[in-house]
Design a protein around this ligand. Structure first.
Ligand code: ADP
Ligand code: MG
Length: 625
């Protein structure tokens, strides 16, 4: 009987990837060994976990291990594992497509990134294809742990692969790499051994090279902190995070109550999400008594801590818990709470020890902390301590904490103020900070829209309300120092009667645009500003909501009407009061222009075409047309 052979084309993205792997990434080929060992280890972990829940797994007696055999004559590198194995359809799917939804941009960026640092390829789940960096021909013989028929997958990496039934296989997978002419070293024991030592010392199964175990199997996170060297920690981070960089923070802790926990968490140096690689997968694995229960667990930490790498191990977890039931398991949520609080506390302590180092971390990963602050009530208190913002009293580029702000507050101030703007310069030139400057009250500058969402979500810090300075009902404490100044400028101010009639006229002239017009108690120099009668939403939050509505095709608009505050001391406003009586049409143009200008300063949307046309009309008049 002839064995049934089928031939398949690689998925288009896989072909591109193979092309990159074969043609661009030959400089650091060593990593192919790491990738294959890592897959073998994953397969063994999967088998170990699955076999906990069944009585008679196929080939149950076979020890869990990785074997590497070399043939210097035939120039082959062979790696065998006794893991979970693959069925025909798994071979076809897992080794023919890229699990990661590969788009062209993803591949282009990957190609660029990988040329800089080849260790990146593992992070994108394309590890197996690394075999073609060193091999002309790759054969994968595999038999699933369900005991069904075994198969051989073969390919030269150029465009297609074929799969044939194969008898006499044991459970697991054997991969035979026929080495390229310039890659014959990978059949030499000293070479392979040094690569294993470098990349794979933490694999939790014995790796036997030509029959000899070359790694020491150990769970570093259960060892005593004082016995672990910096180098071991870093090596472990690189192993568990599939990473090429060094971690910036590391927390290794154990607890006995309320739960038995051993955790080892790392914050990496790079944030791949902002580099444009899409949303990160969580990087922390859940273990129970040193057995992997859930790799890249979505349950053990909140989503906004997805940038962390590491291990959480708890002896209290039932070993045979299924991955599906982790999600709503009470023990898991308790574990998540304890570990998350502990990590956030650790970050706060580190920031107190070395603020400069924390700011580096903040610049890279602050966005995740903000994400937590906008979405997670459970850890609000801990998260609010970790936020950093620039302020009117901070140096440019040197953000401060809310605690710093509170320390500097005067005794009669009960509110923390903030204002959003595109940059420090834009905020400082705008109308919102005028009274703060005059009264020497510190104000936080929020330069990202998410900042306003975070602060408004927090609501308060250390018992002090968090309030956006573009709120309509802002109240400043009167202090004597500026009473005098106010008295001095009294003469220059529009009479209250004139101001009232201007307000009445403006309300009518701008009735389509604004909810209300008010004589400002806050403005110092600027003629006018937009404030929000709705105390919860800030202008920048509205802008974001409006943009997302537009993106979803729900059309522009829908923002609530604002209030316009006018400054009775400003010369333009004073002249407008007269103009309104003599030339109402032109006065209306000026009023609309003042409104548009104030909207722009608030970062809100106006109709630019209408505005430009009107502006030319006003200029024409100014030039004596
Ligand atoms: P990743 O390991 O990130 O998923 P790879 O390209 O390294 O990506 O592997 C692709 C898939 O092929 C794996 O997810 C796994 O399902 C399967 N696979 C690879 N090697 C093995 C193996 N030795 N045993 C079982 N399955 C494997
Ligand atoms: Mg892999």
């Amino acid at each position: 009987m002839t064995a049934k052979t089928t031939t398949h084309e690689f998925q288009a993205e896989t072909k591109k990837l193979l092309d990159i792997v074969i043609n661009s990434l030959y400089t650091e080929r060593d990593v192919f060994i790491r990738e294959l060992i890592s897959n073998a280890s994953d397969a063994l972990e999967k088998f170990r976990h699955e076999s906990l829940t069944v009585d008679d797994a196929f080939d149950a007696h076979v020890p869990l291990e990785v074997a590497i055999d070399l043939d210097e004559e035939k120039h082959t590198f062979t790696i065998t594992d006794t893991g979970i194995g693959m069925s025909r359809s798994e071979l076809e799917h897992n080794l023919g497509t890229i699990a990661h939804s590969g788009s062209n941009t993803f591949l282009t960026e990957l190609a660029e990134a990988a040329q800089k640092d080849v260790s990146l390829i593992g992070q994108f789940g394309v590890g197996f294809y690394a075999a073609f960096m060193a091999g002309t021909q790759v054969r994968v013989q595999s038999r699933s742990w369900d005991g069904s028929e075994g198969h051989e997958w073969t390919s030269d990496g150029s465009g297609s692969f074929s799969i044939t039934e194969m008898e006499g296989l044991r459970r697991g997978t054997k991969i035979i790499v026929e080495l390229k002419d310039d890659a014959h070293d990978y059949a030499k024991k000293w070479k392979v051994e040094s690569i294993i030592k470098q990349y794979s010392s933490f694999v939790p199964f014995p790796i036997k090279l030509e029959g000899e175990t070359v790694n020491t199997v150990q769970a570093i996170w259960t060892r005593n902190r004082s016995e672990i060297t910096e180098e071991e920690y870093t090596d472990f981070y690189k192993f568990i995070g599939n990473a090429g960089d060094e971690p910036v923070y590391r927390l290794h802790f154990s607890a006995d109550a309320p739960l038995m926990i051993n955790a080892l968490l790392f914050a990496p140096k790079e944030n791949f999400e902002v580099l444009g690689f899409g949303k990160m997968e969580p990087g922390v694995n859940l273990y129970c008594q040193r057995i992997l229960i859930d790799q890249h667990s979505k349950n053990i930490l909140p989503e906004w801590l997805r940038f962390l790498k590491g291990v959480v191990d708890s002896e209290d977890m039932p070993l045979n818990i299924s991955r599906q039931s982790l999600q709503d398991n009470a023990l898991v949520s308790k574990l998540r709470k304890v570990v998350t609080k502990r990590f956030l506390k650790y970050l706060d302590e580190e920031a107190k020890k070395d603020e400069g180092k924390y700011l580096d971390f903040w610049n890279t990963f602050g966005i995740f902390i903000k994400e937590g602050a906008t979405s997670d009530y459970e850890f609000q208190k801990e998260l609010s301590k970790l936020l950093r913002f620039e302020s009117s009293k901070s140096e440019a580029g040197k953000p401060i904490s809310l605690a710093d702000y509170v320390l500097r507050m005067s005794a009669d101030q009960d509110t923390i103020y903030y204002i959003n703007g595109p940059s420090r310069a834009a905020i400082e030139a705008g109308p919102y900070v005028e009274m703060f400057k005059k009264k020497d009250i510190e104000i936080i500058y929020t330069m990202e829209p998410i900042d306003d969402f975070a602060l408004s979500h927090l609501g308060e810090f250390d018992g002090k309300k968090l309030v956006s300075a573009d709120r309509a009902d802002l109240d400043f404490p009167d202090n004597d120092a500026d009473k005098d100044k106010d008295d001095d400028s009294e003469e220059a101010k529009l009479e209250s009667e004139a101001a009232d009639s201007l307000v009445t006229w403006l309300k009518e002239a701008l009735k389509e645009q604004v909810a209300d017009v008010i004589v400002s108690k806050r403005l110092v120099d600027a003629p006018a500003m937009i404030v929000n009668p709705d105390g919860y939403m800030t202008s920048s939050m509205e802008r974001v909501m409006a943009a997302s509505r537009a993106e979803k095709g729900m059309g522009f608009g829908g923002e609530s009407k604002k209030n316009l505050e006018i400054n009775p001391k400003n010369p333009i406003i004073k002249r407008l009061s007269d103009l309104q009586k003599n030339d109402a049409d032109f006065a209306k143009d000026v009023a609309l222009q003042i409104y548009d200008n104030a909207m722009i300063q608030a970062g809100l949307v106006i109709d630019p075409l209408v505005m430009v046309e009107r502006n030319y009309k006003i200029l024409g008049r100014a030039l004596g047309e």
